[in-house]
Write a protein that binds this ligand. Sequence first.
Ligand code: GUN
Ligand code: ZN
Length: 434
Amino acid sequence: MYSKTKIILGKTLSFKQNPMVDGLEGSYSFLDTGAVFIKNGVIEKVIDTQGLNLPAGAEIIDRKENLILAGFVDAHLHFPQTAIINSWGRRLIDWLNEYTFPEEGKFHDIGYALEIASRYFDICLSHGVTTSVSYGTIHPESVDAFFTEAKARGLRALTGKTCMDRNAPSYLRDSAQASYDQSKTLIEKWHGVNRLGYVITPRFSPTSTPEQLNALGSLWKEYPDCLMQTHIGEQPEEVNWVKELFPTSKDYLDTYEESGLLGPRSVFGHGIYLTDREKSRIKEVNASIIHCPTSNTFIGSGLFDMKGLARAGQKIGLATDIGGGSSFSMLKVMATAYEIAQLRGHALHPADLLWLSTRGSAESIHLDKKIGNLAPGMEADILVLDLYSTTAISQRAKQSKNIWELVFPTIMMGDDRAIKDVFIKGEKWLPKVK
Ligand code: GUN
Ligand code: ZN
């Protein structure tokens, strides 16, 4: 079908390399008078328009005062926790038992699951997140609801049924066999449909027996192009609990590796409390760690070692970890990542933060050839940021001398008001009127 070329004019930011590893110089491309050409939902080219005539007949979208970049990629969250975000006063294990499990128990009801999934995607898009990697609940209905709503919006999105066969209420437990069977059925139903991807999802070692972890390891062997996601090293109490439950395992990571759940497509949430052996093994197999800063401060987990891990060449993504995370905003997530790094004596550059929330996250889930950057051939999931969205941001931005000083106030103080436009495969997303 004939499709008109769409051209978005504005300040464009693309990444060529990881600024934390390869240095700032040469890691990015910034055009003050840029243009993104889109054809059939794909980015055709990103060029400097200075002195050029734009092609006649193209649809021009003029955002000259704004920053155009790839849509944010939220690499770890739990959409079924949307409605219990900001539940007060507990650390991880009590927070799960008191707030999370009762809410997740509701997702056997497809009507409720669809209602929350729909609300989740609308909130997420209003914050500029165009791809997210979510956990479901143990109910296949939660996965059906997430993928149904993502598909209706044309999104690239990933999730999986969260498997638990111990240390959870009976209404949230499956079994090794049921988790294998149901996950397999869901893979056959959804994996690779449009832009959807299935993620094999044992919640974390404390809520799975070795039999369940083994069953999911066998399933992964049958479907090796799926990602596998789980949690590791989020809080000291959790790490100690894993030691009690798996007395013969070398460490927390080993509980996964012993079951065939460690490989380049493993995606581990948190990774604050890791031994040197665990760090080097995760790095060695080229698995990913997802940093969830607003969750780590909200649940009181601790301070992630971004500098140490990034410099060692660890693949790292960034995420909200809804509903442990206190905000749907990836701007807030970046701001908190900055503050956590400062508390560890390291200042993350705005380029580091923008890399992490776009291309870094896309790399961590093996989708960097498709999303997470403004570059030819990439799916046109694009974000336009208003860098003057509030009085406080605007007065600071006006003092800026370069793009990094200009964008940093929005990273630190911005919210959904800074999200001017979101494009999904080149089509402008229109929020529902509330
Ligand atoms: N560890 C196991 N499950 C969860 C969860 O739902 N949220 C967070 N933050 N950590 C977890
Ligand atoms: Zn999580």
